[in-house]
Write a protein that binds this ligand. Structure first.
Ligand code: F6P
Length: 559
């Protein structure tokens, strides 16, 4: 891997700095003086209509940003990534989530490090589809011969957030009478509440863990296994023998992992396990077998449609010139806001209740990827990196935090995501409720862009100090991402869009977006502190004063 280009040393950076120094954003003026702005800055990405016109950029600034992508080699690094280059330098791995969604028979065949990637991907996908179909059709049965009605995915991070986000987004398509639940937190509340009301005879647990070493997931899997055994034994469905318990696990536990040996150690038959590969990062893994819960609940066809949606965007990124390449442009806008206009966070505001977990999903995708201070060659980054991504679905956010976006002192670029067709076309007194919902999306992006001047406020009869309070400065940047309907394909497109935005930013900053060493220290310390929680004097003694004091409080209050 070649050394990263220092973005601050490029001529594009100098041009952008000069542009920033004399920059006065003026969306009102730009719109009034340039009737073609919207058309020029609106792009089609698969089924998505992406309007960038309400961003704080001129054509010149956009051109400089595109030049920055050229000078930092975004297109070249993407090409390297999708053909299997080891762009994950700290783990010396290829990064091939894009291979998960290549169609069967894609040409030329992808062979990486001696592995026939396309063949392996489709072998697992076919096996997963057949398994999912068997569960849906009632061919796979529980230990007492009953059809599965609930799947419980046990995983965390990428082994949870992707599946739960997609499930929530596409739940209206769940058509096989099978509901999914998701257990992630090691807080025992999670497993206790998620198993509440379940019938053990009709529940299938999926233990989803890339490494199969994650403390939370393995603990929860053991708790779920105990729950299964206890509940089955309580009703007399199984007797109290090892053989009966092993049989119960065989009928009620499957696994998804890259570590199939560890799956077997847990007691899950490897023939009930679905593999993937170390070149799929956890937060990029929803298109791998990690999506098993989706293939079961939504159906294998919907799952393949999701993958096809991802592929549309992968192809777009690979084949579209940078100046029209939507994920690249959106990544560049984020760089503009972060490095030149001082933005520290980025809001993602879906006008689709079904996407209520999308901001949480994006938090892992973007922040675990680009929350780094060193570059892929180990040298320090040369500029700020990694915004805080956050958000909630509209219109709930409007009644909570939009005040700060509209009138606060901080610049918060926001992505608005909406769909023309509702999943539930309900009417209120003859009025289309979804239309009303979308009117809010349009109103908010308009208010943020154009604001309301003091003169306009006064013209409404407001006087005195209230004028300032009721004035909206405008020039608050937004991107509108509009789709026809939230179908599996459209959702795949949306996810891939953000994956490649993240990649673009990471490349410009010189970051390896595919490792996550920053989560390791906390994991190690938790293991060291665990004995102190149990009262181990030596472990307690080894702690710092604050941790000791917190432990003392805990021990005084524990049940
Ligand atoms: O939080 C760190 C992390 O490694 C994530 O990147 C990953 O998605 C998550 O833990 C779960 O890991 P695994 O799938 O190996 O259990």
């Amino acid at each position: 891997m070649s050394a990263p280009v220092d973005p601050t040393s490029t001529s594009a950076w100098s041009r952008l700095t000069a542009a920033r120094d004399s920059f006065t954003p003026d969306l009102r003026g730009w719109f009034a003086g340039d009737p073609a702005r919207v058309e020029r800055m609106t792009h089609t990405l698969g089924d998505l209509h992406v309007d960038l016109s309400k961003n704080l950029v001129t054509d010149d600034i956009l051109a400089s940003l595109v030049q920055l992508a050229e000078e930092t080699g975004v297109a070249e690094r993407y090409a390297d990534m999708i053909r299997g280059g080891h762009v994950n330098t700290t783990e010396d791995r290829a990064v091939l989530h894009t291979a998960l969604r290549r169609p069967a028979g894609a040409s030329p065949e992808l062979v990486v490090d001696g592995q026939h990637v396309d063949t392996d991907v489709h072998e697992v996908l076919d096996r997963l589809s057949a398994f999912a179909q068997g569960v849906r059709a009632g061919e796979w049965r529980g230990v007492t011969g009953k059809k599965v009605t609930h799947v419980v995915n046990i995983g965390i991070g990428g082994s949870d957030l992707g599946p739960v986000m997609v499930y929530e987004a596409l739940k209206p398509l769940a058509d096989a009478g099978i509901e999914a639940r998701f257990v992630s937190n090691i807080d025992p509340t999670d497993v206790a509440q998620k198993t509440e009301g379940l019938d053990p005879e009709t529940t299938l647990f999926i233990v989803a863990s890339k490494t199969f070493t994650t403390l939370e997931t393995l603990t929860n899997a053991r708790l779920a296994r105990d729950w299964l055994w206890a509940r089955l034994a309580a009703t007399g469905a199984i007797d109290d023998t090892d053989a009966a318990r092993t049989d119960a696990v065989a009928h009620h536990f499957v696994a998804v992992s890259t570590a199939l040996d560890k799956v077997a150690d847990f007691g899950i038959d490897p023939s009930n396990a679905f593999g993937f590969w170390d070149w799929v990062g956890g937060r990029y893994s929803v298109g791998s077998a990690i999506g098993l819960s989706l293939a079961i609940t939504l159906g294998p066809d919907a799952f393949r449609e999701l993958l096809a949606g991802f592929h549309v965007v992968d192809e777009h990124v690979a084949s579209t010139p940078l100046e029209r390449n939507v994920p690249v442009l959106m990544g560049l806008l984020n760089v503009w806001y972060t490095n030149f206009l001082g933005a520290q966070s980025h809001a993602v505001l879906p006008y689709a209740q079904q996407l209520h977990r999308f901001p949480a999903y994006l938090q892992q995708l973007t922040m675990e990827s680009n929350g780094k201070s060193v570059r892929w060659d180990g040298t320090p980054v040369t500029t700020d990196t990694g915004e805080v991504f956050w958000g909630e679905p509209g219109t709930n956010g409007q009644h909570a935090f939009y005040q700060l976006i509209h009138q606060g002192t901080r610049l918060i670029p926001a992505d608005f995501i909406a769909f023309a067709q509702p999943a539930y076309p309900l009417e209120d007194d003859g009025r289309d409720v979804h239309g009303l919902f979308l009117a809010n999306f349009l109103a908010q992006t308009k208010a943020l862009a154009f604001g309301k001047t003091a003169e306009e406020v006064e013209a409404e009869g407001t006087t005195g100090a209230l004028v300032a309070a009721r004035t909206f400065p405008g020039n608050r940047p937004t991107t509108s991402i509009f789709g026809p309907a939230l179908t599996p394909s459209v959702l795949g497109q949306l996810i891939a869009l953000y994956e490649h935005i993240t990649f673009t930013q990471g490349t410009i900053w010189g970051i390896n977006s595919f490792d996550q060493w920053g989560v390791e220290l906390g994991k190690q310390l938790a293991l060291q502190i665990a004995p102190a929680i149990e009262g181990d004097a030596e472990a307690l003694q080894a702690q710092d004063a604050s941790t000791k004091s917190l432990l003392a409080y805990y021990r005084s209050q524990r049940p």
